[in-house]
Design a binder for this molecule. Structure first.
Ligand SMILES: [Zn+2]
Ligand SMILES: [Zn+2]
Length: 147
């Protein structure tokens, strides 16, 4: 069964409301992120775009990803060891990351964000939000280390 093409009408509406151009590149990049099981690097997005819309430059991909983050349609995840990942799933969720191969999975848990934010503000910081990243070894990597 073919995977339904994710809608990007929300992006088109946001761009129009801001007086920005609705380009096929912008729509395709968001569609690509929504179609995949999310968590793509900018390079992976660029590779997908090379097939979908040849001639898309790397700067365009980076600029569009930043725009999508700014519009709140994509989350940018930065982990200490790797390149940034772009996540089309914007509702609150956390992540587990393999420190060997970089594999990443969503973690759907209820965090007590309010009390975490209260504690963060008590340090004098103005927190952006609560993001939990649990690093470790994914099952295949743990298996490989044991062998
Ligand atoms: Zn791994
Ligand atoms: Zn995610």
């Amino acid at each position: 069964m073919p995977v339904p093409t994710p809608s990007t009408d929300d992006l088109a509406a946001l761009l129009r409301a801001r007086g920005q151009r609705v380009t096929s590149q912008r729509l395709l990049i968001l569609r690509e992120l929504r179609r995949r099981a999310h968590h793509m690097t900018a390079h992976e997005v660029w590779e997908a775009m090379r097939r979908a819309l040849p001639g898309t430059s790397t700067p365009t991909v980076y600029a569009t990803l930043e725009l999508l983050v700014e519009l709140g349609l994509v989350r940018k995840l930065c982990f200490d060891a790797g390149t940034a990942l772009y996540d089309a799933r914007t509702e609150p969720h956390q992540h587990v990351v393999c420190r060997h191969c970089g594999r990443i999975e969503d973690l759907d848990i209820d965090l007590d964000s309010d009390s975490i934010l209260v504690a963060a503000r008590a340090t004098g910081f103005d927190p952006d939000g609560v993001e939990l990243v649990i690093a470790g070894s994914c099952a295949p990597c743990a298996e490989a280390t044991r062998a």
